[in-house]
Design a protein around this ligand. Sequence first.
Ligand code: PBG
Length: 332
Amino acid sequence: MTVPVRRPRRLRTTPAMRDMVAETRLDASDFILPMFVADGIDAAREIPSMPGQYQHTIDSLKAAVHEALDAGVRCVDLFGVPRDGDKDATGSVAWREDGILNRGVAALREEFGDEVIVMADTCLDEFTDHGHCGSLSEDRHGNTYVDNDATLPLYQAMAVAQAEAGAHIVSPSGMMDGQIRAIREALDSEGFEDVAIMAYSAKYASAFFGPFRDAVGSSLKGDRRTYQQDPANARESMLETQLDIEEGADIVMVKPALPYLDILHEVAASSPVPVAAYQVSGEYAMIHAAAANGWIDLDRVMMESLTSIKRAGADQILTYFAVDAARALARD
Ligand code: PBG
């Protein structure tokens, strides 16, 4: 009988031993909680496809951020849900001071000061009546397209409005070419040199965003394949992140997370700036749905998925599990 000489199992024998040799440790400070603030509602509404996540009023938003902070989560990423009647072709409510997202940012900044990092999503899709991330133009053949260069000044106005409302970080997620440079220039010229940019650099045209579109009441018909990336491609993620870093991104992001760990790993291996990953609405919904059926253990799959995202190279993780995961870590 030949017995093994090397026995990797030795280091797995006890919980203390496993803990000592663990290479990846999650911490509540890794997590960023995406949240939704809606106009024209008088009580928080649970999002059906995202159990435990809400469209918030300003008041319920503040209460939920207090809970997150108590659990140890210190960064939130805010999305706005305007009234349908406030949507228009350019999404102009996005840069109005009294627009819901800017009011939400201002309320959080007033309530929490610098204790919580307030990040705002800098993209027009929630605010346009066509649901696209930019403004539309017609080409010479009469076909409508999302107009990259006409959109950049709108992003500049939106980012400046978010900075004025008090955002510590703006996060452009629209995948227009040149958006990071345009936003950096606008922020700097308005005196917001200290407002950071988390760039959605490698963002795929993913069906995993489905529940999010419910969450924000998206008006989109069609898809975003002319500006978000093709899931078949890896190389262009290196180009996209490299461009964003050159243009001034302080943090780059890969999104979605779990189906794109190869991309995350490759970006993290060479990025000179922090790399975030976004565990998106569909990833969250799938885990909840399977757990609700009794097919998987919610807490264990939650922690395993987050550990895997961090192991692949994420420095920060945007996740709807932020509060639950932070509480789970505190229990251990
Ligand atoms: C665009 C945006 C989207 C998400 C974050 N920012 C939707 C999209 O690109 O269609 C998706 C987030 C998620 O699915 O959790 N503003």
